[in-house]
Ligand binder design. Structure first.
Ligand code: HEM
Ligand SMILES: *[C@@H]1O[C@H](CO)[C@@H](O)[C@H](O)[C@H]1NC(C)=O
Ligand SMILES: *[C@@H]1O[C@H](CO)[C@@H](O)[C@H](O)[C@H]1NC(C)=O
Ligand SMILES: *[C@@H]1O[C@H](CO)[C@@H](O)[C@H](O)[C@H]1NC(C)=O
Ligand SMILES: *[C@@H]1O[C@H](CO)[C@@H](O)[C@H](O)[C@H]1NC(C)=O
Length: 344
């Protein structure tokens, strides 16, 4: 006998109505009101715990700061900041971890798991994985020498994830500035937000796989991207020879563990790693103006970066959520109810 027959029909009907109504209201209702200090009573040590684990992870592997903060971008752009990114694939759901932009590229999921484990010990069932990503990203930036800021919290975790949605939205390293301006504007993010948020490439690394086209055959021309400064191109050619290992990585800017405005100084000199980076200077006058400003004024970059991170953190799906107990899987009770209802 399958479990659905154990539940008496009137109860099932009631469950169905409750589930349906609550989902509908959640969807129609205004978005969740996020606010600073959301856990100050329910889990007072939430923010200090996240920071401690991120600091520990960075001591073990400096690059983990970059890898963790990248998760906010890849989470928030796909159906809002709901930790959908963190769900592992299941038999019935292809999640986002293997999408075009994420496969063999996103990393440090285990750092988020470590934070979650500690928080589940301290305050079980209270702190969402979506909020952990946002807190961890903030800490990764400030512990790398960047600005710090107050994060708004209170997000819920999604019940599902979508590989298709990730493939449809996440930009390729081949993208140009014009394309990115349009993409970001779909999320109500301005040209300044785009350039400032791209400044997150002040930390971390990219793979040869992401740049060989621009080294050897930009836009099918058979030639390198002319925007790459010759000295830097020789350096990249040595790192990423034609036909070489696509998984070899290089720094996205000249100071890859320090969050600073070196990224923008590099772009001005034709030393951007990704096409999407260099294009912000070389491909569109509207972004070039902002790149030049940030290359001269680190404080202006930091301020715009913080604004951009907060705005990106405001993106929400409007779908019903939960506080996951394990960031990699939706809670079983929700799953079971969902299955019963949609099998019935
Ligand atoms: C504007 C469009 C963007 C594009 C096209 C883009 C693309 C990429 C690519 C291709 C990589 C290297 C991946 C690889 O080769 O495996 C990368 C790395 C990275 N991205 Fe972006 N990105 C963009 C915006 C952002 C934003 C908004 C953030 C965060 C706010 C971000 C944070 C990072 C970080 C920190 C890394 C280094 C990660 C590591 O070392 O593990 N990126 N990005
Ligand atoms: C930018 O990329 C888009 C889409 O890939 C392409 O259609 C457009 O021609 C490119 N624009 C420039 C200025 O290269
Ligand atoms: C962008 O702003 C408009 C107008 O305020 C709003 O209707 C829309 O939902 C916003 N889009 C996103 C992705 O936040
Ligand atoms: C460059 O790319 C174009 C279009 O994708 C292709 O037709 C051409 O053979 C490539 N050239 C080289 C030298 O790989
Ligand atoms: C990188 O490594 C992964 C796993 O080891 C492998 O599946 C993938 O094909 C490699 N990617 C490239 C571009 O070489």
């Amino acid at each position: 006998m399958s479990p659905k027959f154990i539940i008496p029909f009137p109860l099932l009907l009631l469950l169905f109505i409750l589930y349906y109504v609550s989902s509908e209201t959640a969807m129609a209702a205004p978005q969740i009101q996020l606010r600073p200090g959301f856990y100050s009573e329910s889990c007072p040590s939430a923010e200090s715990t996240v920071r401690r684990v991120i600091r520990r992870a960075m001591l073990k592997e400096p690059r983990s700061a970059a890898s963790v903060m990248r998760l906010q971008f890849h989470d928030c752009f796909v159906n809002g900041c709901d930790a959908s990114l963190l769900l592992d694939d299941t038999e019935t759901m292809l999640g986002e971890k293997l999408s075009l932009s994420n496969i063999n590229s996103l990393r440090s999921y285990e750092v988020i798991d470590e934070v979650k484990d500690e928080l589940e010990r301290l305050c079980p069932g209270v702190v969402s994985c979506a909020d952990i990503i946002v807190m961890a990203s903030r800490d990764a930036v400030s512990l790398s020498g960047g600005p710090t800021w107050e994060v708004k919290l209170g997000r819920e975790d999604s019940l599902t994830a979508s590989q298709e949605a990730s493939d449809a939205v996440m930009p390729s390293p081949r993208a140009n500035a014009t394309f990115l301006i349009n993409l970001f504007s779909r999320f109500n993010l301005s040209i300044t937000d785009l350039v400032a948020l791209s400044g997150s490439h002040s930390i971390g690394q990219g793979r040869c796989f992401s740049i060989v086209f621009r080294l050897y055959n930009q836009s099918g021309s058979g030639h390198p991207d002319p925007a790459i400064e010759p000295w830097f191109r020789r350096k990249l050619d040595r790192l990423c020879p034609k036909g070489g290992d696509g998984n070899v990585t290089g720094g996205l800017d000249a100071t890859q563990v320090k969050f600073d405005n070196q990224y923008f100084r590099d772009l001005v000199r034709g030393r951007g790693f990704l096409n999407s980076d260099q294009s912000l200077f070389s491909g569109d006058a509207r972004t070039r103006e902002v790149v030049m400003r940030f290359s001269r004024d680190e404080k202006a970059f930091f301020e715009a970066f913080v604004e951009g991170m907060v705005r990106m953190g405001d993106l929400q799906s409007g779908k019903p959520g939960e506080i996951r107990r394990n960031c990699r899987v939706a809670n079983a009770d929700h799953q079971r109810l969902h299955n019963i209802l949609f099998e019935a």
